[in-house]
Design a protein around this ligand. Structure first.
Ligand code: CO8
Length: 262
């Protein structure tokens, strides 16, 4: 609980926020109500300039998110399933488009919609107990929250096909070897480690971090020459900012920069 939510908790410490999907009795499965709350949380971050990095994790010891809520999904009509998938996509897009990085701390099962939720994050740290998978074909459906596309972009098409068509989970060691996760951390150390990473990001130039995130996402879907031009333009625009002057002055004066995000 927290901040008026039933299924999500939100803790803000200085410039970083930790969002926890909080339905441990069902391994943090995503029902519609949880998706609505997550959308509200990420919408709130859009207008909160004090937040510079976000950590996304799951409550309890067993799961990050064990998928979409199967008991809620089982009775859906196709129209309801479409709206449900749209909500999942809206959330993935909101995470990708958020100006600040979102780092997933995968503390256990990240299956189906849970794996897809982690994939919408900028990068993923995992506990040594984590398991990743797209088991939807075992339920007679397919990933509906971006998994058929985002997974291949993270791990390559062959490995993505293996995960989606076979439906078998992979452990943290394999996920690391495949580039799905950036680092594997002993379970008890995961959250402090990821919160430390979030604080480190939050200490960098906020306009620069936002521009880098934006260009790396937007540039992935356009021809390389266009992406390179987008990069040059974004690089140049930063030279009109107070933060560029401050960052370079602080380097010369051997002190920490005082960013103003302007
Ligand atoms: N939905 C609903 N309830 C769940 C889910 C889930 N995805 N996962 C676990 N639970 C519930 C169980 O039913 C159980 O409840 P109860 O105690 O009332 O029986 C409780 O959580 C604990 O789970 P288990 O007893 O099964 O725990 P185990 O340790 O034995 O097994 C597993 C853990 C392996 C994770 C197992 O629970 C499992 O296989 N869960 C389902 C995983 C799965 O198939 N996920 C994919 C779902 S489909 C999907 O995500 C589609 C996404 C596309 C649309 C997304 C739009 C947002």
């Amino acid at each position: 609980m927290g901040a008026g939510f039933e299924n999500v908790s939100l803790v803000i410490e200085g410039t970083t926020a930790t969002v926890t999907v909080d339905r441990p009795k069902v391994l943090n499965a995503l029902n519609r109500a949880t998706l609505v709350e997550l959308l509200r949380v990420f919408d709130r971050f859009k207008s909160d300039e004090a937040i510079r990095a976000v950590v996304l994790t799951g409550a309890g010891e067993k799961a990050f998110v064990a998928g979409a809520d199967i008991s809620e999904m089982s009775g859906m009509t196709s129209a309801e399933a479409l709206r449900f998938a749209e909500m999942g996509h809206e959330l993935g897009d909101a995470i990708e488009r958020l100006r600040v990085p979102v780092v997933a701390a995968v503390n256990g099962f990240a299956l189906g919609g849970g794996c897809e939720l982690a994939l919408a994050c900028d990068f993923i740290y995992a506990s040594d107990r984590a398991k990743f998978g797209q088991p939807e074909v075992a339920l007679g459906v397919i990933p509906g929250f971006g998994g058929t596309q985002r997974l291949a972009r993270r791990v390559g098409i062959g490995r993505a096909r293996e995960m989606v068509l076979l439906g078998a989970p992979i452990d943290a060691t394999k996920a690391l070897a495949w580039g799905l996760v950036n680092e594997v951390v002993p379970a008890g150390e995961l959250l402090p480690r990821v919160q430390g990473v979030a604080k480190a990001i939050a200490s960098k130039g906020p306009l620069a971090v936002a521009a880098a995130k934006r260009i790396m996402h937007a540039g992935a879907d356009v021809p390389l020459a266009v992406a390179h031009e987008m990069e040059r333009q974004a690089f140049a625009v930063l030279f009109d900012s107070k933060d560029q002057k401050e960052g370079m002055a602080a380097f010369g004066e051997k002190r920490a920069p005082a960013w103003c995000a302007r």
